[in-house]
Design a protein around this ligand. Structure first.
Ligand code: SF4
Length: 375
């Protein structure tokens, strides 16, 4: 995977797969042709069953998950695309979010990424090309429930925009969501690949959101991602184009000096963008399932993620000790509210108790947040 480090302390990834794997029969899809035209010189190999390629990678590589990022498999998704967000797990407050998984794995390599465990036996990067099937499924569901408001994201098992220049999902999704009366699309990213968004004339029903961390933490834990400045420049361009934008401070990582680092992050954000025009900022602390820890340590031996202790919660995930989480949320929320009283701030995958400790209320008792959860 070629990495361009010239002129930047932060290695920026210009992604081009080593091999394109093509499932038998997918040439008929228009998206396949769009992708092939963007990668004319990448070697191609056909397959009938993706497990044969996966087995090949697993048997020949030490870093199987990392190796999976180097190839791109184009395939047809055969199940139902639309799913409720897994935030609806025991003891956690759910924010009424739906996900569609159009692709799997990601060109970036964040140390904390849960995909390292989730895609352990299935590491190859896949893009599903039968987008027409997705759009008809969404149309049917949105029409069937006209009184329900759908907030749909594509960034659950990948970054929503990182390879949008190669696999231009947004060219299909944005015009579709522009026409919906009860649905919005959220594109969640760390990327600056926004050219398709800027070339589209209608921003209706589209929210673009960036995951942010202080630059020092990003350099330690988010390999290959665009810098904070590049993400904010992309956000600014989308805002100027009329898109609604939001930010996720997630995962918040508590290294020594985190208070000053997150204060600086808030200052840079608010000095770069008109914060009153930002839809929301979400806060979520570093969390992980037990199986992930050894994978992180193996793949990212210099990580700072485990410099503090973590404890299991009701959903089985490990998090910072509750008083420390409370302190971090209150501190960072304080930085944000000192710059804007109107900004909507919510907590991601947290308990009602933490919500009450941090904000003094539960999400459903707050009119503004209640609207957000029913968006
Ligand atoms: S950007 Fe998201 S999906 Fe990609 S490696 Fe980082 S955490 Fe994982």
């Amino acid at each position: 995977m070629p990495i361009n480090t010239k002129g930047s302390r932060h290695p920026i990834l210009k992604y081009k797969p080593d091999t394109l794997f093509l499932e038998e029969g997918i040439e008929e899809y228009s998206l396949t042709q769009e992708i092939l035209s963007r990668l004319p010189d990448v070697p191609r190999q056909g397959f009938q069953d993706i497990s044969t390629i996966t087995e090949q990678i697993i048997s020949s590589q030490y870093d199987v998950f990392g190796a999976g990022k180097n190839s791109l498999a184009l395939s047809r998704f055969k199940g139902s695309f639309l799913k409720k967000c897994p935030g609806i797990s025991p003891g956690m407050v759910c924010c009424n979010y739906y996900i569609v998984s159009l692709s799997k794995n990601c060109i970036y390599d964040c140390s904390y990424c849960f995909l390292q465990d989730f895609l352990d036996n299935n590491p190859i990067q896949v893009a599903y090309v039968n987008i027409e099937d997705l759009l008809s499924e969404l149309e049917e569901v949105f029409t069937q429930y006209p009184d329900r408001n759908f907030r749909v994201g594509t960034g659950e098992l990948t970054d929503s925009l990182a390879i949008d220049n190669i696999v231009p999902y947004t060219n299909h999704l944005i015009p579709f969501f522009n026409q919906q009366s009860n649905a919005v699309l959220e594109l969640k990213t760390k990327s600056d690949q926004i050219s398709n968004l800027l070339n589209h004339s209608d921003p209706t029903n589209i929210i673009v959101s960036w995951s942010l961390n202080p630059q020092t933490i990003s350099e330690l834990e988010e390999k290959g991602t665009p810098s904070l400045t590049q993400r904010l420049e992309a956000a600014r361009a989308c805002l100027d184009k009329g898109y609604r934008i939001g930010f996720h401070f997630d995962p918040i990582i508590l290294i020594p000096g985190w208070e000053a680092a997150y204060k600086q992050l808030v200052d840079i954000l608010c000095d770069t963008l008109p914060i009153d025009k930002v839809e929301w900022v979400s806060l979520g602390s570093f969390r992980y399932r037990p199986n992930l820890k050894s994978k992180i340590i193996n793949r990212h031996p210099n990580t700072h993620l485990f410099n503090s202790e973590h404890f299991p919660g009701k959903d089985g995930k490990f998090r910072y000790f509750r008083p420390l989480r409370n302190q971090a949320y209150k501190t960072i929320r304080g930085y944000l509210t000192s710059r804007s009283k109107e900004l909507s701030i919510y907590l991601c995958m947290e308990t009602n108790e933490i919500w009450e400790d941090v904000t003094g209320k539960t999400p459903r008792s707050d009119k503004k947040l209640d609207q957000f959860f029913d968006l």
